[in-house]
Design a protein around this ligand. Sequence first.
Ligand SMILES: *Cc1c(COP(=O)(O)O)cnc(C)c1O
Length: 381
Amino acid sequence: MIPYGKQEITQADLDAVADTLSSPWLTQGPAVPRFEQALARYCTVSHAVAFSSATAALHAACFALDVGPGDWVWTSPNTFVASANCALYCGAKVDFVDIDPATYNMSVDRLAEKLAAAEKAGTLPKVVIPVHFSGQSCDMRGIHRLAQQYHFSIVEDASHAIGGRYEGQPVGDCRYSDLTVFSFHPVKIITTGEGGALTTRRADLAEKLTAFRSHGITRDPQKMVGPSEGAWYYQQTALGFNYRLTDIQAALGFSQLHRLDAYVERRTLLAKRYDELLKSLPVTVPFQATEQASAWHLYVVLLDSRKAVFERMRELGIGVNVHYIPVHTQPYYQNLGFRRGDFPVAENYYERALSLPMFATLTESEQEQVVDALLTATQVV
Ligand SMILES: *Cc1c(COP(=O)(O)O)cnc(C)c1O
């Protein structure tokens, strides 16, 4: 089976992990700050804070932006459930903004309409979480303009998009947002096994995130209530979690980061090749906006009879997948009052979407196998 996504672990990665394992530090040592600094440098941003997953990072982002009961958080329905769950963890309410039919990202037009209605109803969001679906950035300039008008914060869910660019600048530079989230799950562009990170330009947020990651505890006397009682002393000043990345994971991430540009270059080449190879097939290939350079986490085609094609592709040994089941159609969200039909563009997209194998070590002959299988599968149905 050719999977839809797969990590690459090199000898350099193995050596980096082995070095950490034989060092005095398995966690809370030097590898995490080294990885964070490298990540911040890559994104040309002042702060990066590593987490045990992107899900934990999303939770931390909502915490740092003071999301709580009575607040609204809006995201895209075309995402993994974690982009929405983070608001619920903080006791806030979630709503969705339908997607653009060309990019499958949050539609800025729908966002503008929904904000105008929410202003009248007194239900404006505190935070909006645009998701850079498949690795292509949302229209951040447009979303930022609306944020200035309606005074909400922006958390970019860039779980798909590390190594991508928007208007020529790296995704994660937070030029148009408060925070950006990355995921290092093995199917993503680079991996730490499990892991995630947040980037930000705001020192105040970075400080809150760092405390939240480790129980809300500080060891810095400057940040304590009253004087420190000695060198052993720490204070818990907020309610946090253990959301730390280990040094073992950070060593892997630091090693992988060296290959990020090469990975994205390879994925871009494979995407262009898919575009060519699929020209005569009855499928819609991904649209790319000109101000974008996608990180190409996913290569999604739209086609008819998706279920039959999916099953035939799997029989033919091609590990196709579907991204995403619209979050509001999940039973948990239906119980919160969402209904099918609420976000029709995302629902129509979902009916026709198929993710083809896309990963840096996919060979050109494997890619041709995928296309041949797709030709067979679409002819049969
Ligand atoms: C993978 C993913 C997440 C969650 O990432 P984890 O690191 O697995 O917690 C969140 N949002 C999106 C869009 C994702 O693709």
